[in-house]
Design a protein around this ligand. Structure first.
Ligand code: NAD
Length: 371
């Protein structure tokens, strides 16, 4: 199969769909790869590394979209990219179609076979191609939170780990799933006092077993959250109600009970945020202050550590990319019900039920397009 890797064009997006190591795996399987010049530079991957891995470099994305049988990307295609997609071509990338009617319509109009990372499932539960980015965002959250707590950043001037004789900061993590667990691991490592709140007893039990006595676990009630948020130096929002908007666990009224200069890092902002006062920010202007509380609400946190994120993403996406290339999309999806769950659109048909429901469009089960 001829596989294309265009350079990402979304603002401040430095990740890339395939690393040179992934290219080498694909070429080892007998496939060919076209990589756009400088596609990997933002992740510290040179054109020379791609050539050494067996890729052919091309100057313009137009050539990649015109020739490749499968396009491997990171972010959803922007309008210019959507216009280049065509019937019979596979698009393998994050799509997030439910909140994006314009993209949904364009992908249907293109006729392309669109496989969304975020809806591929796993036999062990969860969403394996979303997990690595939640791991990255979770591990990044205490780091950006610690920075925001510095006086010069508008924070209350508290060191996360304290020092001998001075108590460590209080970190409260809302949601003990993938992002929350990784946030707790790093916050504990930085020496903070860490409390994780979740409405799932299973999640709390798993956290306690995994992180030991160092982490406090609290069942999520309104009263418990109100009390913990008022005492927190750093609140990390990491809840997820799959497919739905994040529940607003921190209300506007709670902000007035918080310490001046306390910080909220709302990882769940990509699902609308779990604080009433959260609104999306960017890496170039990541924070703002409401009622004296610093809010960090960057919706693409992994972009800050593009190199780590690119490798983490490739670890998860490569096995499926190989299956699609080796078997062709139809056989690969027939053989693997979890990869099949990733099919969002094919030949003008919408094959992801939640997306169809979100937009009031006709749903066609993936099975019926597989023949
Ligand atoms: N901002 C970013 O750059 C970025 C990057 C990656 C992931 N995310 C987001 O981070 C969020 C968390 O992702 P995840 O993979 O850790 O999800 P997850 O499903 O692994 O964990 C979510 C946890 O939230 C808990 N939860 C749900 N509703 C709750 C409630 N009302 N009260 C208390 N707990 C509740 C669940 O029980 C679960 O344990 C998602 O919104 C995800 O999209 C954001």
């Amino acid at each position: 199969m001829l596989i294309g890797v265009p350079k990402e064009i979304k603002d401040n997006e430095f990740r890339v769909g395939l690393t040179p190591a992934s290219v080498a795996e694909l070429t080892h399987h007998g496939h060919s790869v076209l990589a756009e010049k400088s596609a990997g530079l933002g992740s510290g991957l040179s054109d020379g590394e791609y050539v050494a891995a067996g890729a052919t470099l091309v100057d313009a994305p137009q050539e990649i979209f015109a020739r490749a049988e499968m396009i491997v990307k990171v972010k959803e295609p922007l309008v210019a990219e959507r216009k280049r997609l065509r019937r019979g071509q596979i698009l393998y990338t994050y799509l997030h179609l439910a909140p994006d009617l314009a993209q949904t319509k364009d992908l249907l109009a293109s006729g392309a076979t669109c496989i969304a990372y975020e809806t591929v499932t796993s036999p062990h539960g969860g969403l394996p191609l979303l997990t690595p980015m939640s791991e990255v965002a979770g591990r990044l959250a205490p780091q950006v939170g610690a920075h925001a707590l510095e006086k010069a950043q508008g924070g209350r001037g508290v060191l996360l780990g304290g020092v001998p004789g001075v108590p460590a900061a209080e970190v409260v993590i809302l949601g003990g799933g993938v992002a929350g667990t990784h946030a707790a691991t790093i916050a504990l490592g930085m020496g903070a006092n860490v409390t994780v709140v979740d409405k799932s007893n299973e999640a709390l039990q798993r956290l306690a077993a995994q992180l030991g006595a160092g982490v406090r676990t609290v069942y999520a009630t309104r009263a418990a959250i109100a009390e913990l948020v008022a005492r927190a130096d750093l609140v990390i929002g990491a809840v997820l109600a799959p497919g739905a908007a994040a529940p607003k666990l921190v209300t506007r009224a709670m902000l007035s009970t918080m310490k001046p200069g306390a910080v909220i890092v709302d990882i769940a902002i990509d699902q609308g945020g779990c604080c009433e006062t959260s609104k999306p920010t960017t890496h170039s202007n990541p924070t703002y202050v409401v009622d004296g509380v610093v809010h960090y609400c960057v919706a693409n946190m992994p972009g800050a550590v593009a190199r780590t994120s690119t490798f983490a993403l490739n670890n998860a996406t490569l096995p499926f990319a190989l299956a699609l290339a080796d078997k062709g999309w139809k056989q690969a999806l027939k053989d693997d019900v979890h990869l099949r769950a990733g099919l969002n659109a094919h030949d003008g048909k919408l094959t992801c039920k939640p997306v169809a429901e979100a937009h009031g469009l006709v749903y066609t089960p993936a099975e019926s397009v597989l023949g």
